[in-house]
Structure formats: C-alpha cells, structure tokens
Design a protein around this ligand. Structure first.
Ligand SMILES: [Zn+2]
Ligand SMILES: [Zn+2]
Length: 421
C-alpha cells in the first residue's frame, strides 16, 4: 500500500525513546493518558474539524460498515478525545483536565518524505481553562519534550493569535475582501479556497502568491481588546520562562476550530514538511460537539518527523544480544535447561536455548555468532552430576555450577556486567 510503512526493530528503538520521553515529560506536567478508538462516526470529524477543510473534503478514509453506518478512520485525535471527554463526563473533574494520547492517524494525501497516509501522533489537550498562563505552560511543555530529546535547538517556535468568535469573523471578512481584490494574482488553488476558507489561503507555498499574501491584512491588527490582552499575557509568560519564539501573523493551521493562541514548531531540515508539531486554542469546539462550554488548548506532534530528526541509537542492535546461550546435549539435558531458561528470563536475563540435537562445536559457533557473553553446556556427564559448565565466550575459561544454582548465577553475572557498563 502507498503511504504506509513498517517500523522495523532497528528503528523501533527510536520510537520507544520518543514515546518514553513523551510519557515522562507530560506526566511531570500532570497529564494522564487516554486511549481512543481509531475509527468514529464520520459526522464527528465533519463537525469537529469543519466541513470546508481539506481534511474533511478530500483526505478522510470513510466507508460504510456492514450496518450501513458511515465511519471514518480518525484523521486527527482532538475530535475523538473531546467526544470521550463529553461522553464520559470528564468535565466534572478539577480544571484543567489534562490528557494525552498517542497512536496512528489516517489521511489520504500524496505521500512524500515525512508524510504518510497512516502516520502517528502524540496529542495533548488541556480542557476547561482559558488562562493565558495555561497556554504558555502547554507551549513550554512542548518545548521541554524537544529539549529532552536534544532537538530544541534545531526547531523554531512560531506564534500567532487568531482572535476569537468576536473578532475573527471581522478579520475573515477583511481578508476575503482583500483576496477578492487581488484574485487575479493568486494561484488556482488559492482562488478555489478563498471563499470557503480565506485564512487557509495565507498558508499557500506557491512563490507567485507570496507577494500578495505577504501584503494581506494582518490578523494582529484585527484582534479585539480581550484577545489582544490574552495574547500579550501569553507572550509575557513565555518570556518569563525564557522560551524564545517568532511572531508569525501568517500562521493559521489547517483546521477550522483554532482561536486565539496558535503555534507551530518548524525545522529547516525536512524540506516542505517543515512543521514537526503544532497546536492552539479551540474554545467553543467542545460546545459545538454537544458538550459544556469549556475552552481547550492542545497540540499534536508528528512522530515520524521527530524520528527523522533523531540520530541513530548509539548501540544499534547490540542491546538484543543474548547474555547466555544454553547448550543442552541430548533431550534429557534440554528438559533440565528449559526451566533454567524460564527462571533466568524471569530475572530479565536474555538467554537463548538450543534444542539438544546438534554437536557442541556447531552450537558454540552459534553462540559466538549471536554475540553471547556466556555459553552454558549440559551434556550427559554434567547432567549425571547435577552440574553445568559455564564458558566465558571471550576468554574460553570454563568452570562448573550446580544446576539448581544456575539461573541465579546467570542473573548475578548479568547484574555485575550491567553495573560495569
Ligand atoms: Zn496560492
Ligand atoms: Zn477577540
């Protein structure tokens, strides 16, 4: 299938690092995990994302299930998360309710480097609170996540305010008027888009459109007093946390529902797919979806793009080498070593076990190829004595251990080795 990809074991280590860092950072800020289904009723996304967005009009994986119900593979997580917030009455908890989730999203887009049809996101939402200090801390947490991955220095934080239900429509009209007057100088896509979603036009990457769009009226000049004050406070708190940002009054985001604080983290290293994370405030969306009039703010991080920025793991596949290779010689020895292998693995020692049907020499070669630190040999003689031979694969030195002690001995040596490295 085009636009999907496998994450092979060598690559999965990076994914584990990204997800582990997210859990650690988000939980320190009081966020709790919520796990959501990957498909929902189509109408949820149509309402929650906006009928006139590219996502809903062109990019959703929508189908009728066997009962004839229209369902859609989620193209983003916020609508599902807010549906769960409303459905389970999470709004009765102390505000803000802080949630995060991670998993696959689906959009039918033209695949390119860093852009897939099944892609993965980390999503964070803080619900029921519109204080500008919350906005600043949500952005601060996003920056902290990238700091913990040692990527913050390669990213730029872009910041804007889109106004609210009071002042944004005024700006929309002013912008639309300007775009209509300059329509002849715009590309076909801009002209097609401007009546439905004029703010999105500001996003156009076509070089020919830039002079007209760069001279378009700024949303900053259209903000009402409340929005102006809210945004000034957000910036003041970001300054207080020493978080650098660039004001970008052309930053609009793809979804309809954003109001006020809007932000993106961008990089110059991934070509056209320059946004690694983005988000903003969406006061009014929870109510639109049938919930209480709670405000909300959140962001999404594109995991594939973060992984592209990460260096390969230092130890590569080294971590998966067996610590010991257990070599039974014959079926009775295999029966004796099976419970030893189980006990050693229960102590988190990685061991491999032969089947007892090969010559010692070829099994030792295999232990060597796998990179085992120790070989454990049990033949007929050892079995009769209730012993095993431990062979240091590096030096060839050997000594015996009583079989009942073997699992514990391996665990002890494993600990010694680990504390040394
Ligand atoms: Zn254009
Ligand atoms: Zn306003």
């Amino acid at each position: 299938m085009r636009g999907v990809h496998d994450i092979l074991p060598a690559e999965a280590a990076k994914w584990e690092r990204v997800e582990g860092t997210a859990r650690r950072v988000f939980e320190a800020y009081g966020y709790e995990e919520i796990r959501l289904p990957v498909f929902e009723r189509t109408e949820l996304f149509a309402r929650g994302i906006g009928e006139v967005t590219d996502i809903v009009q062109k990019e959703m994986y929508t189908f009728l299930d066997r009962a004839g119900e229209a369902v859609t593979l989620r193209p983003e997580a916020t609508a599902s998360l807010l549906r769960a917030y409303i459905e389970h009455g999470l709004h009765v908890h102390p505000k803000p309710v802080r949630l995060y989730t991670m998993g696959p999203m689906f959009r039918y887009e033209r695949p390119q480097a860093g852009r897939y049809r099944q892609f993965h996101q980390l999503n964070v939402e803080a619900l029921g609170d519109d204080h500008p200090a919350l906005d600043a801390q949500v952005i601060g947490m996003l920056v902290e996540f990238f700091r913990a991955l040692e990527l913050a220095g390669r990213l730029q934080l872009q910041l804007n305010s889109l106004g609210d239900a009071k002042c944004r429509p005024v700006y929309r009209e002013r912008l639309l008027e300007y775009l209509r007057a300059h329509a002849a100088a715009l590309c076909a896509e801009c002209r097609d888009r401007m009546e439905r979603n004029p703010l999105r036009v500001l996003d156009c990457k076509t070089p020919a459109c830039r002079p007209v769009l760069d001279a378009a009226p700024s949303v900053q000049e259209a903000l009402c007093d409340d929005c102006r004050r809210h945004f000034a406070d957000v910036r003041e708190y970001l300054d207080a946390m020493a978080i650098p940002y660039v004001l970008n009054d052309r930053l609009v985001r793809g979804l309809d529902y954003y109001v006020r604080t809007t932000f993106e983290l961008t990089t110059a290293e991934l070509g056209a797919q320059n946004a690694v994370a983005g988000g903003g405030r969406y006061d009014g969306l929870i109510e639109l979806l049938g919930g209480p009039p709670d405000p909300g703010i959140g962001f999404a991080i594109g995991i594939e793009r973060v992984v592209l920025l990460l260096p390969p793991p230092a130890e590569g596949r080294e971590g998966r080498k067996p610590f010991a290779f257990l070599i039974p010689l014959g079926a009775p020895a295999l029966r004796a070593l099976l419970p030893v292998a189980t006990a050693a693995r229960a102590s988190a020692v990685t061991v491999e076990l032969g089947y007892g049907d090969r010559k010692l020499r070829s099994e030792l070669e295999r232990a060597n190829r796998l990179g085992a630190a120790w070989a454990v040999i049990v033949g007929e003689t050892e079995l009769a004595r209730g012993e095993a031979v431990l062979r240091d694969m590096a030096s060839g030195a050997q000594h015996t251990v009583a079989l009942p002690e073997l699992a514990r001995e391996l665990a002890r040596r494993f600990e010694v080795e680990r504390s040394r490295s």
